[in-house]
Design a protein around this ligand. Structure first.
Ligand SMILES: NC(=O)c1ccc[n+]([C@@H]2O[C@H](COP(=O)([O-])OP(=O)(O)OC[C@H]3O[C@@H](n4cnc5c(N)ncnc54)[C@H](O)[C@@H]3O)[C@@H](O)[C@H]2O)c1
Length: 244
């Protein structure tokens, strides 16, 4: 396999697991993440990490030109980077945070399409995989604007799925609460991630456990593969039944 993937937010959580899974499957992977101290490249050359911000079109342009210079093509884009919000009364969310949430969770998708779709359309192949959330389908209180960003991603994905067919596919995955750094945010400041503290958050997940990064990674690997070649515009819930 010499497919090439670009994964945003690939330094931690779901994105790290996605990156590792794709590398095992012999993809070459470029990670774009804001939390790494510097750009790096693995010794085998199959993984490049760029320090960059998904809200910046110039960072996307650099990521895409790096991918094309190094590997000559772009097969899969995983729009994974995102932030959540702590449970706050919706009417108290300040405007600066609202704008930040929209920029990171939603405008990043605009940038990804602007930067990557022309490459894929020219190649006549490619897959966008957008990481939404079950919160888009079953919103919870006090995360209204987070859920809104994740719902908007579904609309964009379905629209481009029609527009770019048959060559470029676009699919969404919608995880439930994940066993990542975001879990701490969901718990709130100072609350330890003990089984007792997590239990209430698991109560509405029929399978009774959090979404593991490996659950997300294996779903992304399938959706990216040719085995999923007739899937476009789908929303795949990776949520232990939480959406039901
Ligand atoms: N963990 C959950 O409970 C959960 C549930 C459903 C959906 N999601 C979604 O899954 C995705 C990944 O979440 P996670 O739990 O792995 O989060 P995480 O916080 O563990 O990791 C997010 C990664 O994104 C990077 N990132 C954040 N802002 C960025 C920016 N502006 N530019 C580039 N990189 C940036 C961070 O540096 C980090 O490496 C997010 O879109 C999130 O909304 C998470």
């Amino acid at each position: 396999m010499d497919k090439v993937a670009l994964v945003t937010g690939g330094a931690a959580g779901f994105g790290l697991a996605i990156t590792e899974k794709l590398l095992v499957q012999k993809y070459r992977v470029l990670v774009l993440d804001i939390s790494v101290p510097a750009d790096t490249q693995s010794t085998d050359g199959n993984k490049i990490v760029l320090r960059g911000d998904v809200t910046q079109q110039t960072h996307w342009a650099r990521a895409v030109s790096t991918v094309l210079e190094k590997w000559g093509r772009l097969d899969v884009v995983v729009n994974n980077a995102g932030i959540n919000m702590t449970g706050k009364d919706t009417h108290t969310v300040d405007e600066a945070f609202f704008d930040r949430l929209i920029n990171i969770n939603l405008k990043s998708v605009y940038h990804s399409i602007t930067a990557c779709a022309p490459v894929m359309l020219k190649q006549k192949s490619g897959v966008f995989i957008h990481v939404s959330s079950v919160g888009a389908l079953r919103p919870k209180p006090k995360i209204a604007y987070y859920c809104a960003t994740k719902a908007a991603i579904i609309a964009i994905s379905k629209s481009i799925a029609i527009e770019y067919a048959p060559y470029v596919r676009s699919v969404v995955i919608a995880p439930s609460m994940g066993n990542t750094g975001m879990m701490q945010l969901n718990l709130g400041p100072g609350v330890e991630a003990t089984p007792e503290n997590i239990a209430p958050m698991l109560a509405n997940i029929p399978m009774g456990r959090a979404c593991e990064p490996s659950d997300v990674a294996s779903t992304v690997a399938f959706l990216a593969s040719d085995d999923a070649c007739y899937l476009t515009g789908n929303v795949v819930e990776v949520d232990g039944g939480r959406h039901i």
